[in-house]
Write a protein of this length. Structure first.
Ligand code: ADE
Ligand code: ZN
Length: 319
């Protein structure tokens, strides 16, 4: 039986498997620039974050209707259940869909329809986190937050993703302040490719409660000290770091050193369809590559619930 765990860093659009992409393309009359699922998979050779994002945003063209978003979420939940996931905090990128004329109502409607019955069908509790694309303007992020207001009963928090370098967290100060006034929880990608200073800035300026990735913290002992002192959770994604060339090979991932330093580490899949594994596969991969013992894996699983936005009593039930 896989270890029960929570997944805290998962882009629902990054769970779009080639087979479903072709099915949705046929259903919606969208022509993909790939002849087959094999050809599409062969294109998954990334040199950095941007090279991945180009393909990721391109493939989203197949997502058009509420049913498409419900099918996408259902497919993820079925896979996640097999991997021991009991709770998932799921990112989505509404700006990438609204740019194609797909409404917030379609996106949130489809996703939340699938999530509404996730506990009874898959034994997985879920929350939704709406991400802003940091390589778009702060005004666009604010408009997106406004567009989401009618749906805030179904959205727990906000996040910040897409191309990191050159788009520091402070650009989104006002949007995060407004999100706070609306009662939303806050996370942000920081320190995936960007400098450790972005991690500090996300904490100080955006007042985030968790850091998504936080890998580059290890370059600055003062940032590590701060993260340890305040026990800020990091949602690490080791397979993503290898595929996007932040590190050369999994054996060189600093997860062990990060845990030893006292950082509150969690392990997640990021975009599992693109990076070669869902979260259970990621646990196995780091166990093998880094020689983690069962106690270390149990700590990572325990951390995932501790770092979640579940209330204490819900957390106990999910575990
Ligand atoms: N969007 C989807 N996956 C992402 C990642 N790993 N980093 C930033 N933005 C993303
Ligand atoms: Zn991510």
């Amino acid at each position: 039986m896989p270890l029960p765990k929570a997944e805290l860093h998962l882009h629902i659009e990054g769970t779009l498997e080639p087979e479903l992409a072709f099915e949705l393309a046929a259903r919606n009359g969208v022509t993909l620039p790939y002849a087959s699922t094999e050809e599409l998979r062969r294109a998954y050779l990334f040199t950095d974050l941007q090279s991945f994002l180009d393909l990721y945003y391109g493939l989203m063209a197949v997502l058009r209707t509420e049913q498409d978003f419900a099918d996408l979420a259902d497919a993820y939940l079925a896979r996640a259940a097999e991997q021991g996931v009991r709770h998932a905090e799921i990112f989505f990128d509404p700006q990438a869909h609204m740019a194609r004329g797909v409404s917030m109502e379609t996106v949130v409607g489809g996703l939340s329809r699938a999530l509404a019955t996730s506990e009874e069908r898959f034994g997985i509790s879920t929350l939704l986190i709406m991400c802003f694309l940091r390589d778009q303007s702060a005004e666009s992020a604010m408009e997106t937050l406004k567009a989401a207001e009618p749906y805030l009963n179904r959205i727990t928090g906000v996040g910040l993703d897409s191309a990191e370098v050159g788009h520091p967290p402070a650009k989104f100060r006002e949007v995060y302040e407004e999100a706070g006034r609306l009662g939303l929880r806050k996370v942000a990608h920081a320190g995936e490719e960007g400098p450790p200073a972005y991690i500090t800035e996300a904490l100080d300026v955006l007042k985030v409660e968790r850091i998504d990735h936080g890998l580059t913290a290890m370059r600055d002992p003062a940032v590590v000290e701060r993260l340890v002192r305040d026990q800020i959770p990091l949602t690490l994604c080791p397979l993503s770091n290898v595929r996007l060339r932040a590190i050369d090979i999994l054996e060189e991932h600093p997860l062990r050193e990060m845990m030893a330093a006292g950082l509150l580490c969690t392990v997640n899949s990021d975009d599992p369809s693109y990076f070669g594994g869902y979260v259970g596969d990621t646990f196995h991969a780091v166990q093998e590559a880094l020689g983690l013992d069962h106690e270390a894996l149990r700590t990572l699983a325990r951390n995932s619930f501790r770092a979640s936005f579940l209330e204490d009593d819900e957390e106990r039930r999910a575990r």
